[in-house]
Structure formats: structure tokens, C-alpha cells
Design a binder for this molecule. Sequence first.
Ligand SMILES: Cc1cc2nc3c(=O)[nH]c(=O)nc-3n(C[C@H](O)[C@H](O)[C@H](O)COP(=O)(O)OP(=O)(O)OC[C@H]3O[C@@H](n4cnc5c(N)ncnc54)[C@H](O)[C@@H]3O)c2cc1C
Length: 400
Amino acid sequence: MSSPNLTAEQIAFQERARAWLEANPAPETDLELPLSPLELATREQVEYYRDWQRRCYEAGLVGADISESYGGHGHSGCQSIANREMSRAGAPFLLNTVGLSMMIPAVLAHGTEEQKRRFVPKALSGEEIWCQGFSEPGAGSDMANQQTMAVRRDDEWVVNGHKVWTSFAQFAKHMILIARTSREHKYDGLSFFLCPVEGHPGVTIKPLVKMTGELGFNEVFFEDCVIDDSLRLDDVGKGWTVAMTVLTHERGAAEGAGGGISSVHPIERLIALARSSMRNGRRASDDPVTRDAIVQQAIAHEGLRQNARRARVPALNDHPMRLRMQQGVLATELEQSCARLGVDIAGARSTLYKHDAAAPENGYWPLAYMNSYGFTISGGSNEIQRNILGERILGMPKSK
Ligand SMILES: Cc1cc2nc3c(=O)[nH]c(=O)nc-3n(C[C@H](O)[C@H](O)[C@H](O)COP(=O)(O)OP(=O)(O)OC[C@H]3O[C@@H](n4cnc5c(N)ncnc54)[C@H](O)[C@@H]3O)c2cc1C
């Protein structure tokens, strides 16, 4: 069934997308695949997901909204439909998260014609992977405290500094980079660059191991790294403005160029786990406390689903970001409580981890539990999101 309020063109697009996804499931593989793009660890995994993104792109499911001049498909208002259909079909995530959801919106909003034609098509197809160089050891929540310096030298910039928590850097060709170009002004002293990283002189990438034992994060060091001025996005000193465009998209306040994270529906997964686990001498699925906890999760998931539907109806949105930001905060916290419940239901078996033959679902629940904490931090912590919701959207007094 089609969603309400769609135009005839959008309904036709939805039907085509659904039919394509049914006829073209993701290829089966013996590879051990990660729970989300943030834990990609091997070249083989990257190539598997690159191939999937390319197929989706060629089928029109990636870059649906974007002009054909920049490699898109030119179907206005269709990307959110493609995203929903991919999620509904349980399709794998799209590899180039940063490219699709952060770089492309920033380049389309702030870039030159040449930058749009150069970078957008290859990010859509997955040929060129992007990473995000915002966080530094002393600049996370206080993002404007950037210490990485870019110093002008004729038509070039010389970059020195240290980024951290950089997901995908080990597989990325380019980085969206925010750097300080003046120490005189905190915000107006920042500029934004489309920085080459793969094999680029002066760039060193060092992987970091997570508590799950997985890779994903990196530290990136810049030592006299030279960038051409044609790779600066927007004016010198406008880096903060560009970064806000990126964060608006990263924080779920707008549709990106495609994709999202999809997986087996968590409630179905919890029910299957309860059926195969024991509690107080009987199946956990027959235990009233466990049943009630799963129903509470199901109610919260349905609430979020309805919230997402409301967010798509302009008349119900007094502020363009309110519902979408709420959604980001609540969805990531629900992810945590869902994984915590899974660990609880599996009981002592939750201590069995990946590659232990006796571990339920090959250690999925302890892995999901540990990884779920990153989701409430990665796009700016939920404490910061709550500050923004309170101060900028609800108009409450600023915290000291
Ligand atoms: C899985 C994952 C992937 C990531 N990927 C990337 C990436 O690809 N690129 C990138 O640039 N960064 C990335 N990050 C980094 C992420 O953006 C930062 O971790 C985040 O912005 C928080 O910064 P911080 O870690 O420096 O914590 P801090 O800013 O030091 O904060 C520490 C704690 O203090 C709280 N706090 C700080 N200030 C306030 C305040 N004003 N009010 C209330 N509470 C406050 C925070 O909420 C947090 O709980 C990633 C992080 C994670 C977890």
C-alpha cells in the first residue's frame, strides 16, 4: 500500500523501488558483517557494501532527489521514500554514510559548480568514500574549539593538527575537514575543506580499537599536509556555517542523499530470543515480566514510527527540526534499552561473545549492547541535543 499524501510520480517511484528491492535482494555472503557502518573493519566488507550501494544507485534508490547534472536521478521528494523502502525491505546499510548524508548536502548548499560536479556523482555511486574530520582531543561537544590549523600559502593551505574518532578514515578517499584559519575569532576563524586523505602526503591514519574488539575509529594526524585552495568549501571564515549545515543533516534534521541503517526488526529479534531462553524454569517468552518488557519496547518503537510519520507532514511541524531531533534522541536511547533487554533475557549466556559456538546469535546481544552507547554520542551527544532542543527550539533560557 502507498503512503498518503504522495504525488502520482512519488507513488510510481515507491512501487518501482519496492519491486526492485523484492527482485534484487542483497547478495548472500560468508563474510561476517558489522551491525552498522561504524564498525566496518575489512576491505572485503567495504567491497561488499560498495557493490550494494552501486546497485542501489543504479536502480535509482540513491541520489533520487539530486539533479541529474550532479549524477542524481532528479525525482523530487523521492529520497525519503527510497530510504523507507530500503529499511522496510531490511536492506543492508549504504556504505558511504558521510558522503551521502553530510558531504553532499554541504557541497550542494555551499559548493562551487565544479565541486558539485567533481564530488557528488562518485559519492553517490560509492566509488569514493568520505570521512568526517570534526572531533579533536579538545574539541568534541565544544566543536568550535578546533586547534587544527590551516595556514594560507599562495593558492594552497598547509594543515597541521590531530583529529580523533574519525570513522571510516582507513577506507576513505576524502575528508570533510574543519580547521582553524585564524586564532583571532572563535567561530569566524574556522574554514571548511574537502581534503584528500587516501595516500595524501602529510596525512597519517592510525586505527583505534573499540571496547567491542572491533575497529572503526581512527586518529588522523596532519603534518604539513598541503591542500589546494580549490578544495575550500565556501568563504574563508565560513567553516562554522558549513559545519552547521553538515550537523543539521547528521542529526537527522533533514533527508540526506540516501540510505540509513536497517536491520532485522528489533522486536521480532527480542521475541525470538525470549522463545529460545529460559527464565525461572520456563521459556522466557512465557514469563509475564519478560513479556511485559518486550511489549513496552514494542509500544516505544511504534511511538517512534508514528513520530517519524508526523515529521513528514509539514502542517504538524511548528519547527523544522523539533520532531526530527526528538526522534534522534529517542531512537538512540531506545536502541540502548532494547539491547539492554536482550542482554537481560539472554541472562548468563550474554557473557558468551562472538565466535563462541554457544553464544546466542553469535554474540549479537552483548555486541549490540556495547555498540548502542556510541549511537547516543556519535552525532553530538544526547546531552548536547537536549540543550539544543531546550534552548533553540523550545526557547528555554541558556544553560550557564
Ligand atoms: C561511534 C562514534 C563515531 C564517531 N564518529 C566520528 C567521526 O566520524 N568524525 C568525527 O569528527 N567525530 C566522530 N565521533 C566523535 C563525536 O562527535 C564526539 O564523541 C562527540 O561530539 C562528543 O565529544 P567528546 O567525545 O569530545 O566528549 P566531550 O565533549 O568531552 O563530552 C563528555 C561528556 O560531557 C557531556 N557534555 C559536554 N558538554 C556539555 C554541555 N554543555 N552540557 C551537557 N553535557 C555536556 C557530553 O554529553 C559527554 O557526556 C564519533 C563518536 C562515536 C561515539
